[in-house]
Design a binder for this molecule. Sequence first.
Ligand code: C5P
Length: 390
Amino acid sequence: MRIIVGITGGIAAYKAPELVRLLKKAGHEVRCAATEHALEFVTRVTLETVSGAPLYSNLFASGRTEHISLKDWGEILVVAPATANIIGKVAGGIADDALSTLLLAFSQKPVIMAPAMNCEMWAHPAVQRNVALLKSWGIRMVGPEEGELACGVNGVGRMAEPEQIVDAVCQSESLKLKGERWLVTAGPTYERIDSVRFIGNYSSGKMGFALAEALAKQGADVELVTGPTYLNVSNCQHINVHRVESAREMYAAATEAFPRCQGAILSAAVADYRPAECADHKLKKQGDEGMTLQLVQNPDILATLGGMKRESQRLVGFALETDHELENAQGKLKRKNLDYIVMNSLRDKGAGFGTDTNKVTILAADGSRKESPLLSKKEVAEMIVQEVTS
Ligand code: C5P
C-alpha cells in the first residue's frame, strides 16, 4: 500500500522513524508529513532517509497544491503520534498547516490515529468528545496504552508500539469488503396525492441505515438510497446518501447505482401503489359521498435488480410478513431472482417497523436458513452482512 505517516509534536515522535521502517519492511511505500512541532522531536533528515521520500511539512513551500497530490497518492494516512491538538483540529475542521490540511483532504480515505499525551489531557472531556467524534466519522484509533509517560507518571496516554500500529494498518488492508461497492435501500416512500398529502408507511429507515454502517465497517463503499427519514449516517467517509421521496425516484437511483455494485440489500418499505394522478393544488372536500382515489402500481425495484443481476453480484431482499411467512418469503426469493431474503414477521414482538430491535430469518437460495434471536437492529445488520458476504 501507499501509506502516509503523519507525525505531530509529542515526545513519542521519536518512535515514528521506527514505524516508517517497519512499514517499509512489510513492503509498503511510505511518505511522511510532519507538523512544525514534530520537527522539534525528530529531524527532517531522519524522516526523509527512512522513508526514502521528501517530507511534506510546509503548506506553502512549493507553491503547488501538494496536500491534494499527496492525498491522491496515499491509500491510508496514519497519524503517529496524534496529539490532543491534531485530534481537536480535525474534530473542529481546522486546516492551518500542512498535516491538518492533508487530514481534511483525506476525508474519503481511511485514517488511523495513534494518540499520545499525558493521562489527564487524554481524560479531558474535550479530548474524549473529539475522539468519539472522529471515531463516528470512521477514523480508527490505536491505543493509547497504559504505562509510564514522559512526564514520569503512570497512566493512559502512551502511544501504541509501532508493531501494534503496523498490525492495525494490515487489518484495515484485509477488511473483507475493501474495494467493494454495495447498494442499500432504506426507509419508506411517500407517494403524493396532492401538494400537501401523501400515502406513506411507518418504516423508520433504522434497519437500512444499520446495514449501510455494517457494510462500511467491513470496508465497503455504500450507496444508501433512502426514502424520507430523520436519520443521518455516522460513517460519512464510506456512505454516500441519496435522499429520495417516491418509489419511482428510488427506482431511478437504485437502478443507476446497481451496475456499479458488487451487491445490494434492499430493505426499504416501498409503496406498491401510487395515486394515478397528483394534483398540483390541495384537493378540496367533495360533498358527503366520499372520495375515490385511483391507484396504479409502482415498479418493483428488487425484481428489476433481480433481472439485471450479473453472475458475480449478490442481491438480498427483505420480506415483512404477517402470515404464511416462510412460504411467502421463499416465493419472493425465487420470483425476484435473489441470493438471500431476510424475513421478519410482524407476529414477533419487537420486530418490524419503528422499533430499535428486530428478529429475522435469513433464507438463502440454496435452501439454507439462519435465524436470529431478538437483537438490536445494529446487531441484526452485522449478522446479515456476515451471512450474505461470506
Ligand atoms: O414483494 P414485497 O414488496 O413484499 O417485497 C419486499 C422486498 O421488495 C423488500 O426487499 C423491498 O425493499 C423490495 N421492494 C422493492 N420495490 C417495490 C416493492 C418492494 O424493491 N416496489
